[in-house]
Design a protein around this ligand. Structure first.
Ligand code: SF4
Length: 337
């Protein structure tokens, strides 16, 4: 059998003077740079030599499916905010609720963000009911600075970036809004994310996982007795009443004395040496995949508990719908658009 190795050179490569290509945007020493051409993201040629900047979610994408990784992180194709899954939308809205409470002391939903994400009203009622319940229960949050970025290069390996939901004195917090909070109280499931944050900052002594349970209640449908079904306001009220009747169910590890919720984890609970070793290999493997054109699909990863892979339509047809997808911001990666 013929073993074909793709060793193609970028079709737009144009060397000038002391720069590798006139379209090249250098980002950081030892990190794959960007291509300035519209419709392109990472520089194909630099990716053959250097790893792209990684994060715990980037590394998860690589482990899940190389083709997905290629679309999202090499070509920079992402799903438009209003087309994201409900789980992601609610997670974003909840993160903003927590950020607002941390900064201002107020429990409140950010309406412009809800509109941008086009969150369905009954799903939003689950967050609004939770917000009202937190206010009624006088729930408090650990004092910290929200949305703290950290970035570092591992020895002889890739650059890694993380955004902590909150950083306090010697600790960080991670917030979730999920219908499976218990999944986030198992160190095995947390290693890729929490372990990465401990790797990047060894002054962090512990973290607090604040995984809030998304209410599983469903709006009542119209019946013979009740023709119109449940309104959004009625549903939100029922959600609210359910939460204040059992706060520990919805806010795991809620302490009525301190009014704080969430569980602590310590660095010793994670195999950080293995994680470091994995990052070094992932960075190297991505460059080799680029050299060989080996971003092949993993069909066993197409369907997950959250639904079908976002990139299924591209895999299927090769077309990239402007209605569904947009291009990643190069400035966010460290370049200029
Ligand atoms: S649809 Fe399947 S093969 Fe295609 S990118 Fe997604 S996970 Fe990979």
């Amino acid at each position: 059998m013929d073993s074909t190795v793709y060793d193609t050179v970028c079709d737009r490569l144009q060397k000038i003077d002391n720069r590798p290509c006139m379209h090249y945007i250098k980002v950081k020493q030892g990190q794959a740079g960007l291509c300035s051409l519209p419709g392109r993201f990472l520089c194909d040629e630099s990716l053959k030599r250097f790893s792209p900047r990684l994060s715990h979610s980037t590394a998860l994408d690589w482990r899940r499916c190389r083709k997905l990784f290629y679309y999202r992180h090499v070509q920079g194709i992402t799903v438009r905010p209003h087309m994201k899954s409900i789980a992601l939308k609610l997670g974003t809205v909840w993160d903003e609720v927590v950020e607002c409470k941390t900064k201002t002391g107020l429990w409140s939903v950010d309406q412009p963000s809800v509109e941008k994400l086009q969150v369905p009203e009954f799903d939003l009622a689950c967050v609004s009911g939770m917000v009202r319940a937190c206010e009624a229960l006088e729930v408090e949050l650990h004092p910290c600075e929200p949305q703290v970025k950290i970035e570092d290069q591992i020895q002889d390996g890739p650059w890694i970036k993380a955004i902590l939901d909150g950083r306090g004195d010697g600790f960080f917090v991670e917030d979730k809004f999920t219908f499976m909070p218990n999944e986030y109280f198992d160190p095995f499931n947390l290693t890729s994310q929490v372990g990465t944050y401990f790797l990047l900052d060894d002054s962090l002594e512990y973290c607090v996982i604040r995984a809030v349970r998304k209410p599983g209640l469903q709006p009542y449908k119209p019946t013979k007795k009740r023709k119109n079904g449940e309104t959004v306001a009625e549903f939100e009220e029922r959600v609210y009443q359910d939460i204040i009747s059992k706060p520990k169910h919805y806010l795991p590890y809620f302490d009525p004395a301190t009014k704080l919720y969430g569980r602590r984890f310590y660095p010793t609970e994670f195999d950080l040496a293995s994680l470091l070793w994995e990052y070094a290999h992932i960075g190297y493997d991505i460059s080799v995949a680029q050299q060989r054109g080996a971003f092949y699909p993993n069909y066993s990863a197409c369907r997950t508990v959250y639904g079908m892979c976002d990139y299924r339509s591209i895999c299927d047809t090769g077309g990239v719908s402007d209605e569904y997808f947009e291009r990643r911001d190069k400035a966010e990666y460290g370049g200029n658009n």
